[in-house]
Design a protein around this ligand. Sequence first.
Ligand SMILES: C[S@@+](CC[C@H](N)C(=O)[O-])C[C@H]1O[C@@H](n2cnc3c(N)ncnc32)[C@H](O)[C@@H]1O
Length: 248
Amino acid sequence: MGELSDPKGQKAELTGREKEAYVAGLFGEIAAPYDRLNRAISLGRDRAWRRQVVELALVGPGSWVADLGTGTGDLAFDLAAAVQPGGRVIASDLTPAMLSVAEQKLARTPVPGLSFHHANAANTGLQDSTCDAVTMGWVLRNVGERPPVYAEVLRILKPGGRFVCIDMSRPEGWFARTGFWFYRHLFMPMMARLLGGNLSAYRYLAHSTDRFPDAAALEAELRTAGFTSVRSLPLMLGSLRIHCGCRP
Ligand SMILES: C[S@@+](CC[C@H](N)C(=O)[O-])C[C@H]1O[C@@H](n2cnc3c(N)ncnc32)[C@H](O)[C@@H]1O
């Protein structure tokens, strides 16, 4: 656990392979309590937020979707329900321990068309133009570099296919911005400690939000990468945001 220790939040400045290795170690540590902590930290709202991602992905029976950074698979299960009959959800993640929780859920509750794979979001191994939609839930902030991930998403989307990602953001007003700072730097680590999670991990997650581009910058980044129809939807006073874009 020593190498994960991050009292000053400096690990959030890592990039590339170093960041990937740190992030995989971190999620490996919190895989077991991850779902429980998510529910507590989001005050039970995380399920509703994932349902919004599914709605914005505009998928239906027969659609093919890739859920990148699927973690313990909750978004992938919601997507799988939306694409039946006849659809597929190819869910992948960098961290074997997170995937193993997802696979245990799938073994308990088999869902047609859903499969889990070990893969980096920047190199999914999928063929060109495979997917009607690609989703990412709280992943973009954690990848080594974002541009290679955007390139991979555009490669695997069909023309006109949609990219929908939800992640932490920073509210615009002073009041909400200050409140959210306390939420992520005090409430989140406190809940992590109380519920048996790893304090360093939740410190990293707070600091990585501080360093993540704000809504306008992320929208500009998506347009520069080649997405069209880029827009974003604020949730929770802008402390969370769903970004959408399409492959031309
Ligand atoms: C905060 S969790 C989110 C999990 C899930 N999407 C959800 O909605 O709960 C972030 C996940 O992204 C994964 N991840 C981070 N970087 C990744 C990368 N480069 N490629 C694939 N997965 C990655 C982590 O292993 C972790 O499971």
